[in-house]
Design a protein around this ligand. Structure first.
Ligand code: GTP
Ligand code: GTP
Length: 436
């Protein structure tokens, strides 16, 4: 199921990132007393009353050198484009400002539900400050205080009440969903076209998803595939669409809806820091990953080149050591036929389940081979292990004391599991729990 998306908009310094952090539940963005501070985390999942959703802090999307008012307007447009519900944030200490009215004007034009929040109402005496805000025309303003964590529950109640009632339609479980991510110009669009080739392509417009998220459905060798957010790869003319943060946001949304992520690298340019960052998103999201080296036709090579390039990738992307690498050319279609079978294999591994009894045989062998570590005279004891989830495969291992489960031992267990069962292309998670 697609999760609903909530976006926070408002002029600088009203407290958007403070509230974002409150809602997300950890302090992941850096709050500073300077308007327009760029922050790293702008998109995260969150939960309220057993409902999960994704939340965007549009204040974190830096539009560049545009005048302030233009930036605020564009952030409001992003919210309208990307979100199901918008939190319009204002500052109760300043009253209604011209910039607030500007934001309101843009939000009127959308038919997205808007929840109006008045922040910095730090104590009950200040509550009367909210009455001014009725003039913005979004109904009852909700008083909140980011600093003191007041009113956040009321705010989220109002937000959740606007979520679409029907479950948003997604694809059948046996359809393989994948997306392509990578820096501009690595050849994502060309790859999509080359993969699709002569296929009759069904462009689906899934109800309930963002209106410009166009997915492409096709069938090959009896298997159905969906390329998620194919349109997101094209430039579509709005100013903010060329900003880095916005493309990151689109990529994160696409990753979220996919089973397998193709991390596309340009062979001509080699690997740069930005590639690493992009690959990191796929890994963190727990999706299957295939590293695709494109434009392989464009470089001079001998019999060693591919191995050398592969080694470079392994050095740079150590966290993706499980991901297969495919060298292709969208231009000449070289080795392109290998791509879908690899995607299919990774997707199967991502959803693979291992029986508990087989798993525990492997575990016992592993422990016999490599005794568990000790810490302060206490030895880690491992009782048993069971797979609790797929996508990605997640294992809970019951132990005497989770503190004794050292990273390197966890890594050892992961490798034993991989050696035995495969799991190529998918991250796996191991969680140590105390046995009661
Ligand atoms: N008194 C008070 N101060 C607050 C509250 N919430 C946030 N602030 C302060 O307001 C300032 C701005 O907060 P931010 O969360 O960075 O605001 P923002 O809207 O994300 O700002 P931009 O980064 O410019 O978009 C910080 O100094 C916060 O500590 C609140 O509820 N009460
Ligand atoms: N030589 C060569 N050129 C390629 C190949 N694939 C793509 N290109 C070229 O690389 C350029 C960028 O290709 P696109 O498909 O637009 O790249 P993109 O990643 O979708 O780019 P953005 O839309 O900017 O994110 C174009 O000029 C393509 O013709 C390839 O396999 N070999």
């Amino acid at each position: 199921m697609t999760k609903p998306v909530v976006a926070i908009v408002g002029r600088p310094n009203v407290g958007k990132s403070t509230i974002f952090n409150r809602i997300v539940g950890e302090r992941i963005s850096i709050v500073e007393d300077v308007p327009g501070v760029t922050r790293d985390r702008i998109y995260s999942s969150a939960e309220w009353l057993n409902t999960t959703f994704n939340i965007i802090d549009t204040g974190g999307i830096d539009i560049g050198d545009e005048p302030l008012l233009t930036q605020i307007r564009q952030q409001a447009e992003i919210a309208i484009d990307e979100a199901d519900v918008i939190i319009f944030m204002t500052n109760g200490r300043d009253g209604v400002t011209a910039a607030d009215e500007e934001v309101a004007k843009i939000l009127y034009r959308s038919n997205k539900p808007v929840v109006l929040a008045v922040n910095k109402i730090d104590n009950p005496d200040m509550r009367e400050n909210i009455y001014d805000f009725y003039t913005l025309g979004f109904g009852e303003p909700i008083p909140i205080s980011g600093t003191h964590g007041l009113g956040i529950g009321d705010l989220l109640d109002a937000v959740v009440a606007h979520f679409p009632k029907r479950e948003m339609k997604e694809y059948d479980a046996d359809v393989i969903k994948f997306c392509l991510i990578g820096r501009p110009n690595v050849g994502k669009s060309s790859l999509v076209n080359a993969i699709l080739g002569e296929e009759r392509v069904i462009v689906s417009d899934i109800a309930g998803t963002t209106r410009d998220a166009i997915d492409t459905t096709f069938k090959r060798d009896g298997q159905e595939y969906v390329i998620i957010d194919t349109a997101g790869m094209r430039k579509r003319g709005k100013v903010y669409e060329s900003t880095e943060k916005y493309s990151v946001l689109r990529a994160l949304k696409a990753i979220e809806r996919s089973d397998v992520v193709l991390v596309v690298i340009n062979a001509e340019e080699g690997i740069i820091e930005q590639d690493k960052k992009i690959a990191g998103y796929a890994h963190e999201a727990g999706r299957g990953v295939v590293i695709v080296v494109n434009k392989w036709d464009a470089i001079e090579k001998d019999e060693k080149t591919m191995n050398e390039f592969e080694q470079k990738i392994r050095d740079h992307f150590q966290f993706l050591d499980y991901a297969p690498i495919v060298f292709v050319s969208a231009k000449t279609k070289q080795r392109l036929h290998k791509l879908l079978p690899v995607i299919q294999m990774v997707s199967e591994n991502h959803a693979m389940r291992v029986q508990t009894n087989v798993l525990n045989e492997v575990l016992m062998d592993a422990v016999a081979m490599n005794p568990t570590p000790t810490h302060n005279g206490q030895r880690l004891k491992i009782y048993y292990m069971t797979q609790v989830a797929v996508k990605p495969p997640t294992f809970v291992v019951f132990v005497n004391d989770p503190e004794l489960m050292h990273f390197s031992y966890e890594r050892f267990l992961e490798n034993r599991i991989r050696d035995t069962f495969g799991f190529e292309g998918t991250p796996i998670k191991i969680i140590a729990r105390p046995r009661n």
